[in-house]
Design a protein around this ligand. Structure first.
Ligand SMILES: [Zn+2]
Ligand SMILES: [Zn+2]
Length: 286
């Protein structure tokens, strides 16, 4: 594991710089701080100057295998029922990421969207690599963004989780399925105590039956074509569905856990005999 992470730390900047060269071949002004950098650095991440690029607080060492936290973790021990298998976050929610997310979410700095999405994509590719060590043919079947309330949507004009999920979908073969609905508006999570957050998220989400059925039929078609292309026997047991919930910030995990629980309950209520493994991907771990 340690060898893998150190290898990743060496190879990630190179992979990222080739990506950034494709996306912004002549970027000279930093997207975030506005500083001009005339000598193009090979380590630049998208349109960032080398100092902003170096300041990205990547999470490379994971201590809690459930929530992907870089420190030892009491939340996962305290949680009674965890409805998802694991969360992975790309970066720590430090002052820099807080500022970038605030610029993007509240001040409409849309140019940050590809940057934040590429950071999330790097964590997604790392997650896939990990999962494929256990199952070499592992595929993610659907991306499910955490919805925001109607009120937030009106205020902000977009749902950041949905936008980042759409970006990831464009870079991979996995489709976005917006199956979750927010049942009530909750106040800003960041101002609440842990207990208040946990109580509020109990019934915060429902699943739209029609959307979940169309998601299942889309996945089923792909599974069938995948099987026939591998000329496997149709008598094989149906594959386990791999769903990925996507959000911007992971704090206690109560929001994504409520989402995962709502999806599992909905599948049970619809009496669908499908097995699902639910994973979570978040931009930042607070
Ligand atoms: Zn900069
Ligand atoms: Zn944990």
């Amino acid at each position: 594991m340690t060898a893998f992470w150190s290898k990743l730390q060496r190879t990630l900047p190179r992979a990222i710089s080739s990506m950034s060269a494709l996306l912004s071949p002549s970027a000279a002004v930093c997207l975030v701080c506005g500083k001009s950098e005339y000598q193009a650095s090979r380590t630049n991440f998208l349109s960032l100057c080398s100092s902003c690029s170096r300041a990205i607080p990547w999470i490379t060492h994971i201590k809690c295998s459930i929530c992907g936290r870089p420190e030892s973790c009491s939340d996962c021990i305290r949680r009674q029922d965890t409805s998802f298998l694991l969360n992975r976050s790309a970066v720590r929610y430090d002052s820099l990421i807080r500022e970038w997310l605030a610029l993007y979410k509240y001040r409409g700095h849309e140019a940050l969207e590809p940057l934040l999405s590429e950071i999330l994509l790097a964590a997604y590719q790392r997650l896939l690599q990990d999962l494929r060590k256990r199952n070499s043919s592992f595929q993610m079947d659907a991306f499910i963004p955490v919805p925001v309330s109607e009120e937030r949507l009106l205020e902000r004009g977009f749902n950041q989780a949905e936008r980042m999920a759409a970006y990831l979908s464009g870079r991979t073969e996995t489709q976005v399925h917006e199956v979750l609905r927010r049942t009530l508006h909750s106040d800003k999570q960041s101002f609440k105590t842990r207990g208040a957050r946990l109580r509020d998220t109990q019934k915060l989400f429902t699943v739209d039956d029609q959307s979940i059925l169309s998601m299942l039929s889309a996945i089923d078609k792909r599974a069938v074509s995948h099987q026939s292309s591998n000329s496997r026997s149709s008598s094989l047991a149906p594959p386990i569905l791999h769903l990925l919930i996507i959000d911007d910030i992971y704090t206690t995990g109560s929001t994504v856990n409520a989402c995962a629980a709502a999806i599992s309950e909905s599948l049970q209520a619809l009496c669908l005999e499908v097995q699902t493994d639910i994973f979570v991907l978040t931009l930042a771990r607070s």
